[in-house]
Design a protein around this ligand. Structure first.
Ligand code: PGA
Length: 248
């Protein structure tokens, strides 16, 4: 059976004091979660996560990774640095990186490859803008974005990624895709995975992201190809995050 994953994407939020409260809340409220749980945090807070989450089932990771191994790349964070702090996951190709930092499909694919090769699990984000949806380009957009990553990875490497479908128009807006809308795209992504490798289609979790909240998580997570969530705003409050974990 495919594993389920609820991953928090803190984006550029947090402080040592606020994180301590949030991490303690998540850790103490977790109980017997039936899914994997992770938080993807700003790089300066990885050490805090390692210390606060040691011995708990909650994993942690970064929100971006350099395509380069090391060297003169001011401001970049390498895969090995994320691993130094015990990271398991790293988000790649989030729409905010694609739009504000002009990351294209090739760069996202190179980042996914760098992460997998280093032993991290990349959470590869794909998703259409509102304009693309309205012009009937949802399928072509997410297919193009996923295919770039699948082309860069070996069949074996593809089994070690996580995919996240995040319709750009649903991120941070309070507008969520209906479970049926999301399932349609998840099914399409599953079939692209299957074309590359039936084994990958079996094991790779496909998360939904975009205004997933305690009150809509259960119906989204009930869909056959929705294997978890990538949670932004609701991951910043322990009670909300825990209630999404319980819905999984
Ligand atoms: P949101 O963000 O849950 O706040 O919509 C999700 C994301 O951008 O990963």
């Amino acid at each position: 059976m495919r594993r389920k994953l609820i991953a928090g994407n803190w984006k550029m939020n947090g402080s040592l004091a606020a994180n301590a409260v949030l991490l303690t809340g998540i850790r103490s409220g977790m109980g017997e979660a039936r899914c994997e749980v992770a938080v993807c945090v700003p790089a300066p807070y990885l050490a805090q996560c390692r210390d606060a989450l040691a011995g708990s089932p909650v994993r942690w990771g970064g929100q971006d990774v350099s395509v380069h191994e090391s060297g003169a790349y001011t401001g970049e964070v390498s895969a090995s640095m994320l691993l130094d702090f015990g990271s398991r996951y790293v988000i790649v190709g989030h729409s905010e990186r694609r739009s504000y930092h002009r990351e294209d499909d090739d760069m996202v694919a190179a980042k996914a490859l760098r992460a997998v090769a280093a032993g991290l699990v990349p959470i590869v984000c794909v998703g259409e803008t509102l304009q693309e949806r309205e012009q009937g380009q949802t399928e072509s957009t997410v297919t193009r974005q996923l295919d770039a990553v699948l082309a860069a990875l070996s069949v074996e490497q593809v089994t070690r990624i996580v995919v996240a479908y995040e319709p750009v128009w649903a991120i941070g807006t309070g507008k969520t895709a209906t479970p049926e809308m999301a399932q349609e795209v998840h099914g399409l992504l599953r079939s692209r995975l299957n074309q590359k490798s039936p084994a990958a289609a079996e094991v790779v979790p496909i998360l939904y992201g975009g205004s997933m909240k305690p009150d809509n998580a259960a119906e989204l997570l009930a869909m056959p190809d929705i294997d978890g969530g990538l949670i932004g705003g609701a991951a910043l409050k322990a009670l909300d995050f825990l209630s999404i974990i319980r819905a999984c």
